[in-house]
Design a protein around this ligand. Sequence first.
Ligand SMILES: [Zn+2]
Length: 189
Amino acid sequence: MPITPFHLGPGALVKAAAPRHFSFTVFAFSQGLIDLEPIGFFIFTGAPIHAYLHTYLGALPVFLVSWWAGRPVGEWALRVWNAWLSPEQARWLGYQPKISTKAAGIGAFIGAYSHVAIDSIMHGDLEPFAPFSPASPWLHLVSLETLHLACVAAGIIAGLFVLRWLELNGRSSVTGNALKGEGRKGRSA
Ligand SMILES: [Zn+2]
């Protein structure tokens, strides 16, 4: 880690920059999936080890599984999210419960590989190039506090992008049309 939620900040920023080409939902799925590794090791051994999935080679199955499974899970999560919203809330917060294959692939790829890159800055047990090399050239490149602050700042900047987007596009463009997948400006996840 940094614990999974911190990874969401950079992902939100990518989403703000390329909303139609990047699935934040699948990105988030990949973050949870890859961190099952240290969580599982912690439960069974007492040590949150980053040995296999937290490598650039191990990120490959994380990417592929997230691409394959993250899309239907993400679409289901979006349908649940939309169902929770009142009609008025849906005007602002509703999302199309449809994720394209391309956006899912990009979200899964950036999710898996950015996770390893970010985690390799802070975990001494993580060898990103294993099994080919024990090198960890980015370890302690910045302090833990700086890393966490950067992740939070990315999330805040992404939030500002979203507010600006809502201001520019107004309420109507994210209303029912978005949920029905009919509007050109309807948001995708
Ligand atoms: Zn991790």
